[in-house]
Unconditional design. Structure first.
Length: 157
């Protein structure tokens, strides 16, 4: 694993800052808490990358953690999301009680990029609406706005 360069971490040199100051306004994150000066940090990475470990460490230091994975799991219990999943993927991704079987659904979507994109189109709009709402309200486990842990929005390669 190689170390991240400053630019990849969002850090800028003094020269980069001067360039930014003289150019157009620096873009703002669409996910932020306008009442808090604290930054919002998104933790992204593949399965087993350590997102949950880092989120737990940040929470132990007093940061809020908005767990997008948990929100996504909760969404799978909502009728509208279940209906859309059933229409797109069929009854074989549901258990006998009518709940989404995450294992079966996962097997399917991780085997086919088009199926994964279809699931993201069903779940992500509401998931990211709730993440933004929670961050804007200062939600999470501690004071102020804080990091999010979970799937990255948008297409993946």
């Amino acid at each position: 694993m190689r170390p991240l360069r400053n630019a990849e971490c969002g850090l800028r040199s003094e020269n980069d800052k001067k360039k930014a100051d003289s150019s157009a306004a620096t873009p703002q994150s669409e996910i932020r808490n306008p009442q808090s000066p604290r930054p919002v940090i998104g933790l992204m990475g593949g399965i087993g990358a350590g997102k949950s470990l880092v989120a737990a460490q940040l929470a132990a230091m007093g940061c809020d953690v908005v767990d997008a994975d948990r929100i996504g799991h909760d969404l799978l219990d909502e009728e509208g999301i279940r209906r859309a999943i059933r229409e797109r993927f069929g009854p074989e991704v549901f258990d006998a009680a009518g709940r989404v079987d995450r294992g079966r659904l996962g097997d399917r979507v991780f085997a086919d990029p088009l199926d994964r994109e279809a699931l993201e189109e069903i779940v992500h709009p509401e998931l990211w609406r709730r993440v933004r709402e929670t961050v804007a309200a200062g939600g999470g486990g501690g004071p102020g706005g804080g990091p999010g842990c979970g799937p990255a929005p948008g297409k993946r390669t």
